[in-house]
Design a protein around this ligand. Structure first.
Ligand code: ARG
Ligand code: GLU
Length: 690
């Protein structure tokens, strides 16, 4: 009996899921994860997820633009992603007369779909471990420079071979685990991608920056596009003759809904994580860099908000800029807090001490000490660099000045379009106030030895940043659209003497000559030590399964629907409904002012329980926006768009109690198509599982 009991326990242990849903796994290595996934409820096979021999789910997932994910949902190239991923394209089609950001956009037929210059989507054709080919010819006697050259040459040859058949192929060789492994990624890139539908921002961005990174969430963060191809189904530039792309695979949509504990699987392209860095870096991020950047951005956001609240035209101009600035600002707050709460620095220090003991007498001896020295060299310059990007680079006319000068040098024709797009969204009082606030902050944050001589000279000359600002803005041409439009190639000699350009240039040269060499050298050296330290960690913890840090390549993250407790006495349910939107609705508050039609539909009754968003435990990061969220049967149940801020430290350290990704329930997207867009015709091309 006892023996039987023990046997029961041990077999239970085998199938019992490990608690943590940490990890972003390479699809090509699905076979190593599939047993665990199936134990947790997944019903498909590794080949269904990723295969190079047959159509698999990977053929329905795309890298959308340069930093989001999207999924194909029909045999005619229909694509879902987030509203915030399509945002800048929707904005470019908008004006005060037809404001698609505000009112939404719905193509009622194919010929109303709007082309988007510069937008691409990339399908992963295949990925392949090419470590041996990349290191072919390597011998341990080589210097690091020789090794790098070899890696570059071999990679270039692999890329050339992989893209030989043309037709929109792009390939890259990516170092994983700091160069302990190399993978080749081959993509097919489509260049004609058209806007099909987007809800009004009051739905697609409902909750705005107030609710961003937070739960409970009620954002309808989706937009709809369509991929076009030439007659042979190959990538092509925009043309009226192009036809909807016929994908190898598209997602089937499940309307069955989600409940606590359901298996979830996010398939997408997380951008960047640093799970294996040592304590010094985590300490710098959580105790120095994040707090300082948060403070600088608070100042900037307060200034923008003041003017945006006062004037609707300014709000339109600055909405996208504001969202960009505030997004990381809020994320950093959760990141710093989470790292401190988890005592990650202490935990890493203890780990490093154990590693150090273990490493004695091995080829890993002395690595921690080396990293300590390199970090001490790096941080002062890096902090100065971060202060520079967050202050000087936040002043808008300086960026204009630099682009105009390089345009005059290289392509004078382009000055016109530069000026048009800059001044469309420029409001001088904001820029001036940011100038003063940011340069004063730079002055305060930096030690005297870490400031450019030019900066110190100007402060001496003017006595204060504010008098400097007055003089500069009264003399520069970069606040005057007509003056910029009138510039010709031969004016460049004068333009470089403009005070805005001078300021830009002085700081840039200082960065380039003083900071950059230190930053680059230490980066290279640190990465090199990490190559060994990474391998060392893998040898040190033989039983642990390691996943490579995110690098915008396709990954699988699996978990389950789950709420969390952000603080003592509070428990969050994992699903939100339309009822919650109505509770938040307030015409006085911009972020919560829903369209009247939504109020009317709700008032008719019957939609109280309409699901809106849900939480799950998938390990995601920036770049996973727009990723398909898939159920145990492989069907689409949602679109990932965010994490909760209490869990944003997951880029460094994953806490199963707090790390949650946020998705829009696919049924809310369908609800919007029907009730807000009246574009039900789109349902005809979708496939539904239930
Ligand atoms: N936090 C999400 C992400 O990192 C959404 C950002 C866009 N939304 C916003 N309110 N700013 O991309
Ligand atoms: N909103 C993020 C994105 O654009 C996803 C949120 C995150 O960082 O997890 O990719």
């Amino acid at each position: 009996m006892k023996r039987l009991f023990l046997f029961a326990i041990s077999s239970l242990l085998l199938v019992l899921p490990v608690k943590a849903d940490e990890g972003m796994w390479l699809p090509a290595l699905m076979s190593q994860r599939i047993a665990d996934m199936q134990a947790k409820g997944f019903k498909l096979s590794a080949e269904d997820v990723y295969s190079i021999n047959q159509a698999s789910l990977k053929d329905a997932v795309v890298l959308f633009g340069g930093g989001c994910t999207g999924e194909v949902v029909s045999d005619e190239g229909l694509l879902f992603t987030n509203h915030h991923c399509g945002y800048s394209y929707i904005q470019r089609h908008s004006s005060v007369e037809h404001d698609y950001l505000k009112d939404g956009f719905w193509a009622m037929s194919r010929d109303e779909e709007l082309p988007n210059r510069g937008l691409t989507v990339s399908f992963l054709d295949r990925m392949e471990d090419v470590t041996n080919a990349v290191l072919k010819g390597y011998s341990p006697s080589m210097t690091e420079e020789e090794r790098q050259q070899l890696v570059r040459d071999n990679s270039a040859a692999l890329i050339k071979e992989a893209t030989a058949d043309g037709k929109g192929l792009r390939a890259s060789v990516e170092a994983l685990f700091y160069g302990n492994q190399y993978y080749l990624f081959v993509y097919r890139v489509f260049r004609d991608v058209r806007l099909v539908g987007a809800p009004p921002s009051s739905i697609g961005k409902f909750g705005g920056d107030t609710d961003n990174w937070m739960w409970p969430r009620h954002t309808g963060d989706f937009s709809i596009f369509r991929i076009y191809a030439d007659k042979d189904n190959n990538p092509a530039d925009y043309s009226e003759d192009n036809v909807p792309y016929r994908p190898k695979k598209s997602f089937t949509i499940s309307r069955a809904g989600v409940k606590n504990g359901d298996f979830t699987f996010v398939y997408g392209c997380p951008g960047s994580t640093k799970e294996y860095v040592m304590s010094e870096e985590v300490k710098y991020v959580s105790e120095v860099s994040d707090p300082q950047k948060i403070d600088l951005r608070t100042k900037r956001l307060d200034i923008m908000k003041k003017y945006m609240d006062a004037d609707q035209a300014v709000r339109i101009q600055y909405s996208s800029k504001y969202a960009n600035v505030s997004n990381a600002w809020k994320k950093w707050q959760g990141e710093a807090k989470g790292i401190i709460k988890m005592k990650t620095v202490k935990a890493k220090k203890e780990y490093e001490e154990r590693f150090r003991q273990w490493a004695k007498g091995t080829r890993y001896e002395g690595l921690i000490e080396k990293l300590d020295v390199l970090y001490a060299e790096r941080f002062p310059s890096y902090l100065a660099y971060e202060n520079y990007t967050e202050t000087v680079r936040a002043i808008e006319i300086l960026s204009l000045a630099s682009s105009v000068v390089s345009a005059l040098d290289n392509n004078p024709e382009s000055v016109k379009s530069l000026a048009e797009s800059f001044f469309k969204d420029y409001y001088q009082p904001i820029d001036e106030e940011i100038f003063t606030a940011m340069l004063e902050a730079f002055d305060k944050n930096m030690d005297d030895g870490m400031k450019p001589q030019y900066f110190k000279d100007m402060l001496k000359k003017y006595g204060s940043v504010d008098s400097w600002r007055k003089d500069l803005y009264s003399k520069t041409i970069f606040t005057d659209k007509n003056k910029v439009l009138a510039l010709k190639a031969e004016d460049v000699e004068n333009v470089v003497k403009d005070p805005a350009y001078e300021l830009y240039d002085a700081f840039f040269s200082w960065y380039y000559d003083t900071l950059r060499p230190v930053i680059n050298r230490t980066s290279t050296e640190i990465n090199l030590v990490y190559r060994d330290y990474m391998q060392g960690q893998m040898d040190f913890e033989k039983d642990k399964v390691f996943y490579p840090d995110a690098n915008l390549t396709l990954r699988v993250a699996y978990g389950h629907v789950d709420g969390y407790s952000p603080a003592d006495g509070i428990t969050y349910e994992p699903v939100s409904t339309l009822k919650g939107i109505i509770e938040k609705d307030n015409p006085e508050i911009f972020d919560y002012d829903i369209p009247q039609t939504l109020r009317d539909i709700y008032a008719e009754g019957g939609h109280e329980d309409q699901p809106v968003c849900f939480l799950a435990t998938n390990h995601t990061s920036g770049g996973n926006s727009g990723s398909p969220v898939i159920n145990a049967d492989g069907n689409l149940i949602g679109i990932n768009f965010d994490r909760v801020w209490e869990g944003t430290m997951s880029d460094y350290v994953f806490d199963p109690d707090f790390c949650r990704n946020i998705s829009i329930d696919i049924r809310y997207l369908l609800f919007n198509i029907e009730y807000i867009g009246h574009a039900e015709y789109l349902f005809n091309e979708m496939k539904f599982a239930d």
